[in-house]
Design a protein. Structure first.
Ligand code: NAD
Length: 387
Protein backbone atom coordinates (compact mmCIF):
# COMPACT_ATOMS: atom_id res chain seq x y z
CA UNK A 1 0.00 0.00 0.00
CA UNK A 2 1.22 3.51 -0.76
CA UNK A 3 2.04 6.04 1.93
CA UNK A 4 -0.94 8.04 3.15
CA UNK A 5 -0.88 11.64 1.95
CA UNK A 6 -2.43 14.01 4.46
CA UNK A 7 -3.34 17.55 3.34
CA UNK A 8 -4.25 20.63 5.35
CA UNK A 9 -5.98 23.46 3.50
CA UNK A 10 -6.79 27.09 4.25
CA UNK A 11 -10.01 27.20 6.27
CA UNK A 12 -12.60 29.23 4.40
CA UNK A 13 -15.32 29.76 7.02
CA UNK A 14 -15.84 33.44 7.84
CA UNK A 15 -13.51 34.61 10.61
CA UNK A 16 -11.73 31.24 10.85
CA UNK A 17 -8.00 31.73 11.35
CA UNK A 18 -7.09 28.31 12.68
CA UNK A 19 -5.32 25.63 10.67
CA UNK A 20 -5.71 21.90 11.25
CA UNK A 21 -1.97 21.15 11.21
CA UNK A 22 0.82 23.31 12.58
CA UNK A 23 4.45 22.58 11.65
CA UNK A 24 4.81 20.42 14.76
CA UNK A 25 1.79 18.30 13.78
CA UNK A 26 3.16 17.98 10.24
CA UNK A 27 6.47 16.83 11.71
CA UNK A 28 4.75 14.19 13.84
CA UNK A 29 2.89 12.76 10.86
CA UNK A 30 6.03 12.70 8.75
CA UNK A 31 7.90 10.97 11.58
CA UNK A 32 5.09 8.38 11.61
CA UNK A 33 5.85 7.64 7.96
CA UNK A 34 3.10 9.75 6.31
CA UNK A 35 3.40 12.44 3.65
CA UNK A 36 2.09 15.91 4.40
CA UNK A 37 0.82 18.49 1.92
CA UNK A 38 0.03 22.04 3.01
CA UNK A 39 -1.86 24.56 0.93
CA UNK A 40 0.38 27.62 0.54
CA UNK A 41 -0.71 30.20 3.10
CA UNK A 42 -2.86 27.75 5.10
CA UNK A 43 -1.06 28.56 8.36
CA UNK A 44 -0.86 32.32 7.83
CA UNK A 45 -3.92 33.18 9.94
CA UNK A 46 -2.27 31.45 12.91
CA UNK A 47 1.20 32.86 12.12
CA UNK A 48 2.74 29.66 10.75
CA UNK A 49 4.64 30.54 7.57
CA UNK A 50 4.97 28.20 4.60
CA UNK A 51 8.71 27.96 5.24
CA UNK A 52 8.12 26.50 8.73
CA UNK A 53 6.15 23.63 7.17
CA UNK A 54 8.73 23.11 4.43
CA UNK A 55 11.45 22.99 7.11
CA UNK A 56 9.90 19.88 8.68
CA UNK A 57 9.53 18.12 5.33
CA UNK A 58 5.96 19.00 4.35
CA UNK A 59 5.26 19.85 0.70
CA UNK A 60 3.75 23.32 0.29
CA UNK A 61 1.52 23.28 -2.79
CA UNK A 62 -1.46 25.12 -4.27
CA UNK A 63 -4.98 24.20 -3.17
CA UNK A 64 -5.88 22.21 -6.29
CA UNK A 65 -2.79 20.04 -5.97
CA UNK A 66 -3.38 19.47 -2.25
CA UNK A 67 -7.00 18.38 -2.83
CA UNK A 68 -6.14 16.28 -5.87
CA UNK A 69 -3.21 14.44 -4.30
CA UNK A 70 -4.51 13.99 -0.75
CA UNK A 71 -5.74 10.65 0.53
CA UNK A 72 -6.95 12.40 3.67
CA UNK A 73 -7.86 16.08 4.04
CA UNK A 74 -7.62 17.28 7.65
CA UNK A 75 -9.52 20.38 8.60
CA UNK A 76 -10.99 22.39 11.43
CA UNK A 77 -14.55 22.56 10.16
CA UNK A 78 -16.75 20.89 7.54
CA UNK A 79 -15.95 21.43 3.84
CA UNK A 80 -17.60 24.31 1.99
CA UNK A 81 -19.76 23.34 -1.00
CA UNK A 82 -16.93 23.96 -3.46
CA UNK A 83 -14.50 21.71 -1.62
CA UNK A 84 -17.16 19.08 -1.08
CA UNK A 85 -17.71 18.99 -4.83
CA UNK A 86 -13.98 18.41 -5.36
CA UNK A 87 -13.65 15.48 -2.94
CA UNK A 88 -13.63 12.11 -4.62
CA UNK A 89 -14.65 8.55 -3.85
CA UNK A 90 -12.38 6.84 -1.36
CA UNK A 91 -10.83 10.09 -0.13
CA UNK A 92 -10.88 10.81 3.61
CA UNK A 93 -12.03 14.01 5.31
CA UNK A 94 -11.32 14.61 9.00
CA UNK A 95 -12.45 17.56 11.10
CA UNK A 96 -14.99 18.83 13.62
CA UNK A 97 -17.97 17.93 11.46
CA UNK A 98 -20.82 18.13 14.00
CA UNK A 99 -22.52 15.26 12.15
CA UNK A 100 -25.56 15.20 14.42
CA UNK A 101 -26.48 18.72 13.42
CA UNK A 102 -25.36 18.32 9.79
CA UNK A 103 -27.39 15.37 8.43
CA UNK A 104 -27.34 16.69 4.85
CA UNK A 105 -23.55 16.84 4.89
CA UNK A 106 -23.32 13.28 6.23
CA UNK A 107 -25.61 12.08 3.47
CA UNK A 108 -23.41 13.82 0.88
CA UNK A 109 -20.27 12.20 2.34
CA UNK A 110 -21.91 8.78 2.11
CA UNK A 111 -23.25 9.35 -1.41
CA UNK A 112 -19.84 10.52 -2.61
CA UNK A 113 -18.10 7.50 -1.04
CA UNK A 114 -15.99 9.67 1.25
CA UNK A 115 -14.48 8.31 4.45
CA UNK A 116 -15.55 11.01 6.93
CA UNK A 117 -14.04 11.17 10.38
CA UNK A 118 -15.32 13.55 13.03
CA UNK A 119 -13.29 14.58 16.04
CA UNK A 120 -16.42 15.45 17.99
CA UNK A 121 -17.42 11.78 18.25
CA UNK A 122 -14.32 10.83 20.24
CA UNK A 123 -14.97 8.91 23.49
CA UNK A 124 -13.74 11.63 25.83
CA UNK A 125 -13.44 9.66 29.03
CA UNK A 126 -11.01 7.16 27.51
CA UNK A 127 -7.54 7.94 28.86
CA UNK A 128 -5.72 7.02 25.65
CA UNK A 129 -8.01 9.34 23.65
CA UNK A 130 -7.23 12.44 25.69
CA UNK A 131 -4.48 13.66 23.37
CA UNK A 132 -7.08 13.59 20.55
CA UNK A 133 -9.83 15.45 22.42
CA UNK A 134 -10.39 18.53 20.28
CA UNK A 135 -13.69 19.39 21.97
CA UNK A 136 -11.77 19.83 25.21
CA UNK A 137 -8.77 21.60 23.73
CA UNK A 138 -10.92 24.11 21.90
CA UNK A 139 -13.35 24.59 24.81
CA UNK A 140 -10.40 25.38 27.00
CA UNK A 141 -9.22 28.05 24.56
CA UNK A 142 -12.77 29.44 24.39
CA UNK A 143 -13.02 29.66 28.18
CA UNK A 144 -9.77 31.58 28.41
CA UNK A 145 -10.66 33.92 25.54
CA UNK A 146 -14.13 34.57 27.00
CA UNK A 147 -12.57 36.23 30.02
CA UNK A 148 -10.45 38.47 27.81
CA UNK A 149 -13.56 39.41 25.82
CA UNK A 150 -15.34 40.26 29.08
CA UNK A 151 -12.35 42.35 30.19
CA UNK A 152 -12.38 44.25 26.89
CA UNK A 153 -16.01 45.25 27.42
CA UNK A 154 -15.72 45.95 31.14
CA UNK A 155 -14.77 49.54 31.92
CA UNK A 156 -13.18 48.77 35.27
CA UNK A 157 -10.17 46.86 36.59
CA UNK A 158 -10.45 43.15 37.29
CA UNK A 159 -8.08 43.12 40.29
CA UNK A 160 -8.31 45.11 43.47
CA UNK A 161 -5.77 47.90 42.99
CA UNK A 162 -4.55 50.15 45.75
CA UNK A 163 -2.85 53.20 44.31
CA UNK A 164 -2.27 56.83 45.31
CA UNK A 165 -5.29 57.62 43.14
CA UNK A 166 -7.55 55.39 45.20
CA UNK A 167 -8.57 51.77 45.61
CA UNK A 168 -10.53 49.77 43.05
CA UNK A 169 -12.81 46.93 44.05
CA UNK A 170 -12.12 43.60 42.37
CA UNK A 171 -14.57 42.56 39.66
CA UNK A 172 -17.14 39.98 40.74
CA UNK A 173 -17.26 37.28 38.06
CA UNK A 174 -19.83 34.48 37.89
CA UNK A 175 -19.30 31.49 35.59
CA UNK A 176 -22.42 29.44 34.83
CA UNK A 177 -21.58 25.97 33.55
CA UNK A 178 -18.32 24.58 34.92
CA UNK A 179 -17.27 22.08 32.25
CA UNK A 180 -14.03 22.44 30.34
CA UNK A 181 -14.66 26.01 29.11
CA UNK A 182 -16.16 27.17 32.39
CA UNK A 183 -13.28 25.87 34.51
CA UNK A 184 -10.75 27.54 32.23
CA UNK A 185 -12.74 30.79 32.47
CA UNK A 186 -12.75 30.52 36.27
CA UNK A 187 -8.99 30.00 36.38
CA UNK A 188 -8.33 32.85 33.96
CA UNK A 189 -10.60 35.33 35.77
CA UNK A 190 -8.89 34.41 39.06
CA UNK A 191 -5.47 35.02 37.52
CA UNK A 192 -6.66 38.47 36.43
CA UNK A 193 -7.54 39.18 40.06
CA UNK A 194 -11.33 38.92 40.01
CA UNK A 195 -13.42 37.42 42.79
CA UNK A 196 -14.96 34.41 41.08
CA UNK A 197 -17.98 32.18 41.68
CA UNK A 198 -19.06 29.17 39.67
CA UNK A 199 -22.19 27.12 39.27
CA UNK A 200 -23.12 23.90 37.49
CA UNK A 201 -25.91 21.34 37.67
CA UNK A 202 -23.48 18.41 37.91
CA UNK A 203 -22.58 17.80 41.55
CA UNK A 204 -19.04 16.75 40.53
CA UNK A 205 -18.35 20.29 39.35
CA UNK A 206 -18.49 21.61 42.90
CA UNK A 207 -15.07 20.33 43.97
CA UNK A 208 -13.52 21.33 40.63
CA UNK A 209 -14.76 24.92 41.02
CA UNK A 210 -13.52 25.09 44.60
CA UNK A 211 -10.13 23.62 43.70
CA UNK A 212 -9.57 26.66 41.46
CA UNK A 213 -10.11 28.98 44.40
CA UNK A 214 -13.60 30.05 43.36
CA UNK A 215 -16.79 29.92 45.38
CA UNK A 216 -19.41 27.36 44.33
CA UNK A 217 -22.99 28.62 44.31
CA UNK A 218 -25.27 26.02 45.82
CA UNK A 219 -28.95 26.39 45.11
CA UNK A 220 -31.52 25.55 47.78
CA UNK A 221 -33.54 23.80 45.07
CA UNK A 222 -30.81 21.14 45.16
CA UNK A 223 -30.86 20.38 41.44
CA UNK A 224 -28.49 17.48 40.61
CA UNK A 225 -28.55 16.81 36.88
CA UNK A 226 -25.59 14.61 35.95
CA UNK A 227 -26.38 12.76 32.73
CA UNK A 228 -24.38 10.08 30.97
CA UNK A 229 -20.72 10.27 29.95
CA UNK A 230 -19.92 13.12 32.36
CA UNK A 231 -22.40 15.45 30.67
CA UNK A 232 -25.44 17.17 32.14
CA UNK A 233 -29.00 16.07 31.44
CA UNK A 234 -31.71 18.48 30.41
CA UNK A 235 -33.61 19.98 33.35
CA UNK A 236 -37.35 19.46 33.78
CA UNK A 237 -39.53 22.57 33.44
CA UNK A 238 -39.91 22.79 37.22
CA UNK A 239 -36.16 22.47 37.77
CA UNK A 240 -35.46 25.10 35.15
CA UNK A 241 -37.90 27.56 36.74
CA UNK A 242 -36.46 26.95 40.20
CA UNK A 243 -32.93 27.38 38.86
CA UNK A 244 -33.69 30.62 37.05
CA UNK A 245 -35.51 32.05 40.08
CA UNK A 246 -32.68 31.26 42.49
CA UNK A 247 -29.84 32.26 40.18
CA UNK A 248 -31.44 35.66 39.50
CA UNK A 249 -30.21 37.35 42.70
CA UNK A 250 -26.69 35.94 42.26
CA UNK A 251 -26.53 37.15 38.65
CA UNK A 252 -27.81 40.61 39.52
CA UNK A 253 -25.02 41.25 42.01
CA UNK A 254 -22.16 40.20 39.72
CA UNK A 255 -20.31 42.54 37.38
CA UNK A 256 -19.48 39.90 34.81
CA UNK A 257 -21.29 36.68 33.98
CA UNK A 258 -19.84 34.09 31.61
CA UNK A 259 -22.22 31.34 30.52
CA UNK A 260 -21.06 28.05 29.02
CA UNK A 261 -23.95 25.63 29.69
CA UNK A 262 -24.62 22.93 27.12
CA UNK A 263 -26.57 19.69 27.08
CA UNK A 264 -25.54 17.24 24.34
CA UNK A 265 -27.99 17.06 21.45
CA UNK A 266 -30.30 19.75 22.91
CA UNK A 267 -30.67 23.48 22.58
CA UNK A 268 -28.53 25.29 25.15
CA UNK A 269 -30.50 25.83 28.37
CA UNK A 270 -31.80 29.34 29.06
CA UNK A 271 -30.15 30.41 32.30
CA UNK A 272 -30.63 34.19 32.21
CA UNK A 273 -34.04 35.56 31.17
CA UNK A 274 -34.25 39.18 29.94
CA UNK A 275 -35.78 40.41 33.23
CA UNK A 276 -32.65 39.23 35.08
CA UNK A 277 -30.36 41.02 32.59
CA UNK A 278 -32.48 44.12 33.30
CA UNK A 279 -31.62 43.84 37.01
CA UNK A 280 -27.85 44.00 36.46
CA UNK A 281 -25.92 47.20 37.10
CA UNK A 282 -24.96 49.50 34.20
CA UNK A 283 -21.54 48.60 32.86
CA UNK A 284 -21.98 44.90 33.63
CA UNK A 285 -20.95 42.39 30.98
CA UNK A 286 -22.37 39.02 29.99
CA UNK A 287 -20.45 36.72 27.65
CA UNK A 288 -22.67 33.94 26.31
CA UNK A 289 -20.50 31.14 24.97
CA UNK A 290 -23.56 29.08 24.10
CA UNK A 291 -24.89 31.74 21.71
CA UNK A 292 -25.85 30.29 18.34
CA UNK A 293 -28.67 30.53 15.84
CA UNK A 294 -30.57 28.12 18.14
CA UNK A 295 -30.43 30.67 20.98
CA UNK A 296 -28.03 30.69 23.90
CA UNK A 297 -27.93 30.70 27.70
CA UNK A 298 -29.00 34.35 27.78
CA UNK A 299 -32.27 35.73 26.49
CA UNK A 300 -31.53 38.43 23.92
CA UNK A 301 -27.96 37.39 23.15
CA UNK A 302 -27.24 37.43 19.42
CA UNK A 303 -24.60 35.08 18.03
CA UNK A 304 -21.62 37.03 16.75
CA UNK A 305 -22.85 40.38 18.10
CA UNK A 306 -22.64 42.51 21.20
CA UNK A 307 -25.97 43.89 22.33
CA UNK A 308 -26.09 46.85 24.71
CA UNK A 309 -29.29 46.71 26.79
CA UNK A 310 -31.29 49.75 27.91
CA UNK A 311 -29.90 49.40 31.42
CA UNK A 312 -26.32 49.48 30.10
CA UNK A 313 -25.38 45.79 30.13
CA UNK A 314 -23.20 44.49 27.29
CA UNK A 315 -24.36 41.04 26.20
CA UNK A 316 -21.73 39.40 24.00
CA UNK A 317 -22.93 36.51 21.84
CA UNK A 318 -19.54 34.87 21.58
CA UNK A 319 -19.02 32.56 18.62
CA UNK A 320 -15.90 30.70 17.60
CA UNK A 321 -13.65 32.17 20.27
CA UNK A 322 -10.87 29.63 19.46
CA UNK A 323 -10.42 31.39 16.10
CA UNK A 324 -9.54 34.51 18.09
CA UNK A 325 -6.61 32.79 19.75
CA UNK A 326 -5.66 31.12 16.51
CA UNK A 327 -2.08 30.12 17.23
CA UNK A 328 -2.64 28.38 20.55
CA UNK A 329 -5.93 26.90 19.36
CA UNK A 330 -4.28 25.54 16.19
CA UNK A 331 -1.34 24.10 18.12
CA UNK A 332 -3.69 22.16 20.38
CA UNK A 333 -6.00 21.16 17.53
CA UNK A 334 -3.05 20.01 15.45
CA UNK A 335 -1.85 17.84 18.32
CA UNK A 336 -5.35 16.30 18.52
CA UNK A 337 -5.51 15.73 14.74
CA UNK A 338 -2.04 14.23 14.45
CA UNK A 339 -2.65 11.90 17.41
CA UNK A 340 -5.93 10.69 15.88
CA UNK A 341 -4.46 10.23 12.39
CA UNK A 342 -1.59 8.20 13.83
CA UNK A 343 -4.11 6.16 15.82
CA UNK A 344 -6.01 5.38 12.61
CA UNK A 345 -3.01 4.34 10.51
CA UNK A 346 -0.82 1.26 10.35
CA UNK A 347 2.49 1.22 8.47
CA UNK A 348 1.73 4.53 6.80
CA UNK A 349 -1.77 3.60 5.55
CA UNK A 350 -5.25 4.38 6.85
CA UNK A 351 -6.43 1.34 8.79
CA UNK A 352 -9.66 2.04 10.64
CA UNK A 353 -10.46 -0.92 12.86
CA UNK A 354 -14.08 -0.72 13.90
CA UNK A 355 -13.56 -3.01 16.86
CA UNK A 356 -11.72 -0.11 18.50
CA UNK A 357 -13.73 2.35 20.61
CA UNK A 358 -11.96 5.39 19.21
CA UNK A 359 -12.64 4.37 15.61
CA UNK A 360 -16.26 3.57 16.50
CA UNK A 361 -16.71 7.08 17.87
CA UNK A 362 -15.10 9.04 15.05
CA UNK A 363 -15.81 7.15 11.82
CA UNK A 364 -19.00 8.57 10.29
CA UNK A 365 -19.15 7.33 6.67
CA UNK A 366 -17.19 4.79 4.63
CA UNK A 367 -17.73 3.03 1.30
CA UNK A 368 -21.04 4.77 0.74
CA UNK A 369 -22.52 3.86 4.15
CA UNK A 370 -23.20 5.86 7.30
CA UNK A 371 -21.36 3.53 9.66
CA UNK A 372 -21.81 5.46 12.93
CA UNK A 373 -25.07 4.13 14.45
CA UNK A 374 -25.99 7.34 16.34
CA UNK A 375 -25.40 9.51 13.30
CA UNK A 376 -27.20 7.05 11.01
CA UNK A 377 -30.25 7.24 13.29
CA UNK A 378 -30.14 11.06 13.36
CA UNK A 379 -29.79 11.26 9.58
CA UNK A 380 -32.65 8.87 8.89
CA UNK A 381 -34.92 10.64 11.35
CA UNK A 382 -34.14 14.00 9.75
CA UNK A 383 -34.79 12.57 6.29
CA UNK A 384 -37.95 10.87 7.51
CA UNK A 385 -39.42 14.18 8.66
CA UNK A 386 -38.23 15.89 5.52
CA UNK A 387 -36.18 18.46 7.44
P1 NAD B 1 -20.57 20.76 27.85
O1 NAD B 1 -19.91 21.70 26.88
O2 NAD B 1 -21.53 19.75 27.34
O3 NAD B 1 -21.36 21.66 28.93
C1 NAD B 1 -20.74 22.67 29.66
C2 NAD B 1 -21.24 22.63 31.09
O4 NAD B 1 -22.59 23.09 31.17
C3 NAD B 1 -21.23 21.25 31.73
O5 NAD B 1 -20.38 21.27 32.86
C4 NAD B 1 -22.68 21.01 32.11
O6 NAD B 1 -22.82 20.28 33.30
C5 NAD B 1 -23.18 22.43 32.27
N1 NAD B 1 -24.64 22.59 32.24
C6 NAD B 1 -25.56 21.99 31.43
N2 NAD B 1 -26.80 22.43 31.72
C7 NAD B 1 -26.67 23.33 32.72
C8 NAD B 1 -27.61 24.14 33.43
N3 NAD B 1 -28.92 24.09 33.20
N4 NAD B 1 -27.12 24.95 34.40
C9 NAD B 1 -25.79 25.01 34.65
N5 NAD B 1 -24.86 24.28 34.02
C10 NAD B 1 -25.32 23.45 33.05
O7 NAD B 1 -19.53 20.04 28.77
P2 NAD B 1 -17.96 19.84 28.58
O8 NAD B 1 -17.26 21.06 28.99
O9 NAD B 1 -17.72 19.33 27.23
O10 NAD B 1 -17.64 18.73 29.67
C11 NAD B 1 -18.62 17.86 30.14
C12 NAD B 1 -18.06 16.84 31.06
O11 NAD B 1 -17.16 15.98 30.41
C13 NAD B 1 -17.35 17.37 32.26
O12 NAD B 1 -17.72 16.53 33.33
C14 NAD B 1 -15.92 17.15 31.94
O13 NAD B 1 -15.12 17.05 33.10
C15 NAD B 1 -16.03 15.85 31.23
N6 NAD B 1 -14.85 15.60 30.41
C16 NAD B 1 -14.06 14.57 30.78
C17 NAD B 1 -12.92 14.31 30.05
C18 NAD B 1 -12.04 13.20 30.45
O14 NAD B 1 -12.39 12.43 31.30
N7 NAD B 1 -10.90 13.09 29.85
C19 NAD B 1 -12.59 15.07 28.96
C20 NAD B 1 -13.43 16.10 28.60
C21 NAD B 1 -14.57 16.37 29.35
Amino acid sequence: MSTLRVAALTERAAGERRVALDPDGAKRLIAAGLEVLIEAGAGAGAWFGDESYAAVGARVVDRETAVAEADLVVSVGPPDPELLGQLRKGQGYLGMLAPLSNPALVRRFADQGITSISLDGLPRTLTRAQSMDALSSQASVAGYRAVLVAAEHYDRFFPMLMTAAGTSKPAAVLVLGAGVAGLQAIGTARRLGAVVSGYDVRPAAQDEVKSLGAKFIELKAGIAAAGSGGYARELTDDERKAQQAELADHIARHDIVITTAQVPGRRPPLLIPAEVVARMRPGSVIVDLAASSLGGNVEGSVAGETVRTENGVSVVGATNLPARLATSASQAFSRNVSALVIQLTTDGSLDIDLTDEIAQGVLITRDGEIVHPGVAAAVSSSEGTGS
